[in-house]
Design a protein around this ligand. Structure first.
Ligand SMILES: [Zn+2]
Length: 451
């Protein structure tokens, strides 16, 4: 490592996330890792004392950890026409989605285009749900961090037993091992009970991860019921059978009893969640990725973000795909969450800081990539140098963070992924002399390459 040159990135405001924001701060980067974080003067002095030659990149704006998009489907990047109108709920949206999905698509190219959009938005890691195998390499090929989750949907108990499980295990094992793999059982109502029971074991045997859409449909909500016996003793084959039998058990309680939740699982949406459901998520260490713009297009209610914040629930931010959202920029969802939290009565001055933390560290934690040698989602010594620079004027810390949270969409001036500059605007190039790299060469095909 000592052979690598050191780059000193300084900015008017550096937001490490796991330490207080630093006015006139800097970080030193060597190779793909962070070497120092602190006040610019101190970082410069400590490098000079050690006689380390430094290339200085000075940005008159904000420097943050790269954003983490904690819920998206990159392969649907070519399906933007579906999100051009609004819907009256998940089932109505699915009717708009299905015929467009059924047309021929170049899923690999669409997913690659989505990954490029992420990088332009300052995103350096993503939870990418993959439905067609052609799209499975997008994160890997783009060099992004995160997890590719193979989607599991529409299996009955019988089909699952006869061939479904084997097919899903083969699909999981053929995902590129880097950056990381997982399974995404679509939702509690789109799979019967046996696949939901067995998916956790399949991923846990491999040290892989789980991601599920939960609380995205009103039918998942709990309601008062007359049943005296617990549903688990009734031999139910699916959530639909539970509902038919009159059980008002919430979908969250249902998947919790099937062993789906845990710190290796994160959920998307979390809109229709009671106080009890939210307590279950907290108790299991399960993060919720909030996607408020997608919820609005689909015609759902706003997520209970003020309650999640007050109760100290682990939250992250996702955009969902372009088939239900206008862009893949998580800061647009942060702005929406800021507005929703205020309208729900959250008045804390820490709102901007907490939402920006959710859009970085929160998403990394959701996928388990905030720990270990490749840790990311925050700026600290030894973490991967995944960085995002924003074109936001810096005044006081609180004012600047609020500006970034409320109007940061489209303001990513540069993105550094694992120490390499992958995106830079003309304004960034002019201010720093660091230009956008030429378009990446077409990626070489991979299949389950060793880590
Ligand atoms: Zn989704």
């Amino acid at each position: 490592m000592t052979g690598f040159p050191v780059t000193l990135y300084s900015a008017d405001l550096v937001v490490p996330v796991t330490a207080p924001p630093i006015l006139d701060g800097a970080i030193a980067v060597r190779g793909e890792k962070i070497l120092h974080v602190g006040e610019r003067v101190w970082v410069e002095e400590s490098l000079a004392e050690r006689g380390v030659p430094v290339e200085h990149v000075r940005w008159p704006g904000v420097l943050m950890p790269g954003l983490v998009n904690a819920h998206t489907h990159l392969q649907y990047t070519g399906m933007g026409e579906v999100s051009q109108r609004t819907y009256s709920g998940f089932e109505d949206w699915a009717k708009g989605f299905n015929p467009v999905y059924a047309r021929p698509h170049d899923w690999a190219a669409d997913a690659a285009a989505g990954a490029a959009m992420l990088i332009q938005s300052g995103v350096t890691a993503a939870a990418d749900v993959v439905t067609d195998p052609e799209a499975a390499h997008a994160l890997h090929d783009a060099g992004l961090a995160g997890i590719a989750y193979w989607e599991v949907i529409d299996w009955t108990n019988e089909q699952w037993r006869s061939h479904g499980r084997a097919e899903v295990e083969a699909a999981l094992d053929s995902l590129p091992s880097r950056p990381g793999t997982g399974l995404s059982p679509h939702a509690p109502y789109s799979l019967e009970i046996v696949p939901l029971l067995e998916i956790p074991d399949i991923v846990r045997e491999r040290g892989s991860r789980i991601h599920i859409h939960l609380g995205e449909s009103g039918i998942e909500q709990e309601f008062a019921h007359e049943q005296a016996e617990p549903w688990q003793s009734q031999g139910m084959g699916s959530l639909a059978e539970l509902r038919q039998a009159g059980f008002g058990t919430s979908a969250t309680d249902y998947v919790d009893h099937l062993g789906v939740l845990g710190p290796d699982c994160h959920i998307a949406h979390g809109v229709y969640m009671s106080e009890r459901d939210r307590a279950i998520l907290r108790a299991r260490g399960t993060t919720v990725a909030l996607c408020p713009r997608s919820n609005a297009v689909i015609g759902l209610d706003a997520p209970p973000v003020a309650a999640y914040l007050r109760e100290g629930s682990p939250i992250a931010v996702g955009t969902d795909s372009l088939s239900s959202s206008p862009s893949l920029d998580p800061l647009a969802d942060v702005a929406e969450l800021f507005r929703i939290a205020r309208s729900q009565g959250y008045s804390g001055e820490d709102l901007a800081e907490r939402l920006l933390s959710a859009a970085t560290l929160g998403g990394a934690h959701a996928m388990g990539i905030d720990e270990g040698p490749q840790r990311t989602g925050y700026l600290a010594v030894g973490a991967v140098a995944d960085l995002a620079f924003f074109d936001i004027p810096v005044t006081s810390v609180t004012e600047t963070l609020t500006r970034l949270a409320e109007s940061g969409e489209g303001r990513a001036a540069a993105t550094v992924v694992a120490g390499r500059v992958r995106h830079a605007t003309a304004a960034f190039a002019e201010a720093t002399g660091v230009a956008s790299p030429p378009a990446a060469p077409s990626p070489t095909p991979v299949s389950g390459e060793p880590a």
